[in-house]
Design a protein around this ligand. Structure first.
Ligand SMILES: Cc1ncc(COP(=O)(O)O)c(C=O)c1O
Length: 380
């Protein structure tokens, strides 16, 4: 089945009522027919039919064998890091979500895991940084917020040649546009809060593995069962409903994002535009090769920090808020919001500064979005 069909139907099998919409099972526990027998569901932390339907759908969309639906994107990333042992070394993209940096440095750094940030678009540099104890390479592509593109297949080869596994945060594109597991990655994580949800109304996360029989997958099963980070069945159902429109939303968002990126380039107050769908963008050719779309995220710099801050207060339609991927357009000021805790050294390396704004393009009419941005840029 092709993506749009999978997104609409998932793995839905009809129950005796013929319900088109997946039922929401709110039961925390399940009755056993007799001693030694089970319906397959015993206790809600371990398995819930609604959550299971969502997990199977996400696994199929990502072309993985197994997925876990958890309570946030950070809970999913936490599941990756908790697989590590003291003394392990992890290489991460130097441009990535600030919360991932915080989790790595502030939490797992204290457990003796060594995190190193590197420009993963530079393969020879990445190769130099690999050590005998490198266990994981963790990348975002496109990266947040500078939109750098990393070669997933090449990094997967490097990781495997050196006994490490590759994890891709696929939040910015979703499996509709990019399927890292088909390019060699071992795991995919998502902030499901973003495009997979698409309506700015659920906090969710996913971890998907290519091989359900790997030692990591077996351990993840045990971890999820033991620690209980699972998504509730109500939220699982909302996610299933959202997924039905994933492709339609994303294709339209990408179309509008390209139009806005082109328009931003013409504005006198805009000094840089970062969108991999612009043919002169450094990641354009690679992005075309490894993904089927460029996504709905655009970041740009304006002439001064004062103007960047003023724009946030002048917007009338676009909301000044953190997050992305929803039907409502949002403008974020990364240095004060999503990346507030980013070490200054990393920001210097990536170019993230106080003139940078990040736009998540929603489903509004693109002309209204340009008008709102235009008025905010010119102070009208
Ligand atoms: C790329 C990326 N990964 C992970 C996360 C964390 O996800 P959540 O906020 O759902 O915990 C975010 C949140 O903004 C993100 O942008």
């Amino acid at each position: 089945m092709r993506d749009h069909t999978l997104e609409v139907h998932g793995t839905h099998t009809y129950d005796r009522t013929g319900a088109i919409s997946e039922p929401i099972y709110l039961s925390a526990t399940f009755r056993h027919p007799a001693f030694g027998q089970s319906t397959g569901y015993d206790y809600g932390r371990v398995a819930n039919p609604t959550r299971e339907a969502l997990e199977k759908t996400i696994a199929r969309l990502e072309r993985g064998e197994r997925a876990w639906a958890v309570s946030s994107g950070m809970a999913a990333i936490n599941l990756v890091l908790i697989l590590l042992d003291p003394g392990d070394h992890v290489l991460l993209s130097e441009d990535l979500y600030g919360g991932t940096v915080r989790l790595a440095n502030e939490i797992y750094g204290h457990y003796g895991i060594d995190f190193e940030y590197v420009d993963t678009t530079n393969l020879s540099l990445l190769q130099e940084k690999i050590r005998p104890n490198t266990r994981v390479i963790f990348i975002e592509t496109p990266s947040n917020p500078m939109m750098f593109i990393t070669d997933i297949a090449a990094v997967a080869r490097l990781a495997h040649q050196n006994g490490a596994f590759l994890v891709v945060d696929n939040t910015f594109l979703s499996p509709h546009f990019q399927k890292p597991l088909t390019l060699g990655a071992d795991m995919v994580v998502h902030s499901g809060t973003k495009y997979l949800c698409g309506h700015n109304d659920v906090i969710a996360g996913f971890l998907v593995v290519k091989d359900a029989t790997s030692p990591e997958a077996q351990r993840l099963d045990m971890l999820v069962k033991s620690e209980g980070p699972n998504l509730s069945s109500m939220d699982a159902w909302l996610m299933l409903r959202s997924l039905k429109t994933l492709g339609v939303r994303l294709e339209r968002q990408a179309q509008s994002a390209l139009a806005i990126a082109e328009w931003l380039k013409e504005q006198p107050q805009v000094t840089e535009v970062h969108y991999p769908g612009l043919p002169d963008s450094p990641g354009y050719a690679l992005q075309r090769q490894q993904a089927s779309g460029f996504g709905g995220m655009v970041s740009f710099k304006v002439t001064s920090a004062a103007l960047a801050k003023a724009i946030l207060g002048r917007l009338k339609l676009i909301a000044f808020a953190e997050s992305l991927g929803g039907v409502e357009s949002l403008l974020t000021y990364p240095i004060a919001q999503t990346h507030a805790e980013m070490p200054p050294e990393l920001m210097r390396r990536t170019g993230l500064d106080d003139k940078l704004l990040r736009l998540s393009v929603g489903l509004e009419d693109v002309e209204d979005l340009k008008e709102d941005l235009g008025n905010a840029l010119s102070g009208e």
